[in-house]
Design a protein around this ligand. Sequence first.
Ligand code: ZN
Length: 367
Amino acid sequence: MTTTPPAAFGVGSATARPGEITYGDLPVLDLPSGGQERLPVIIAQGRADGPTLWLTANIHGAELTGLPVIHRLLTADLAAQLRGTIIALPSLNPAGLRTADRLPYYSHTDPNRLWPTRHPERAADAPPPSPYEQIVERVFAQFARRADFVIDLHNAAIRTLPFTIVDRVLYRGEGDRARAVALGERLSGLASAFGLSVVREAVAERYVTQVLHRSVTGSIVNVLGVPAITVELGMTGAVDPGAVEAGIAGVHNALRWAGMLPGDPAPITACPIVDPGYATKRDDTARARVAGIVTQELQPGAPFSAGQTLATSVDLWGRPLPDSAIVAPADGWLIGWSNGLAKYAGQVVAALAVRDDAPLVAAYPGE
Ligand SMILES: [Zn+2]
């Protein structure tokens, strides 16, 4: 194995040093009140050269589990064993972290839908970038300098199993297809090595109409062309210790997969893992049929068959409401329940993983 020392580099005020953990910050936005929004940067660099992993978290300010995962993972002991470099940004949204909100207080758009796309949508006469778009420009430029793979840590609802989301891989024209297929294989390899249950994003058309290609990982996969996974570590707004353990174990597995730590990926035991034996995609069609109180009939992680009743609704007195059965649209398994029981007609009640027969790799819709 090569023992070439890694090349010197820095991110913001953090400078990588072989065999050490170093700290700094990256100025990303000038504040009207003076000073700057700065993202914390932690670099763990091994003594031998190798790949670069970006580990990011908290783009949704109330999603907290990534913080203890990163804080506990990046130790001097890890840096001593590491081949290559981990660059961690524990909060991509310090404003949302301060106010415990999903969005930063200076943006009304989901910050995880503002990342670059290969289809530039900004016309010459468009308004200048919004505050969070200015942050995106500065952070994405750092990703573009050096990234071999990326893990972005999130949280979902209170009663959800930890799981990994895999973006669709889009190509432009037949000449680009082989590249995308190879990237899709590497991306699937990373997701499977991480060790949590794996669920793909929606099929290509819906993936783009829902602007998921402009998430952190969607943009990294489809603009930079490197593997990136979104990892959902249980509940938002609080921290489940089991999900922290699962997150740390998963990142260790990803480092082994990349050859940055010795050994092979190991099974995660801190939370249940579901593998139905076929590919699944995220589905949000489990919605209240009528206004009422939802009665949940399955546990997170449970398998279901197409047409099976997942939940029904009762009134506030507990009396069953007619025509309230919410049924599974396809075979799959229950990722988890949306928070709350009182739902208006049409509101999402559950996150489902349903059978996906479409290829992971697809042409850009409309091309
Ligand atoms: Zn999130």
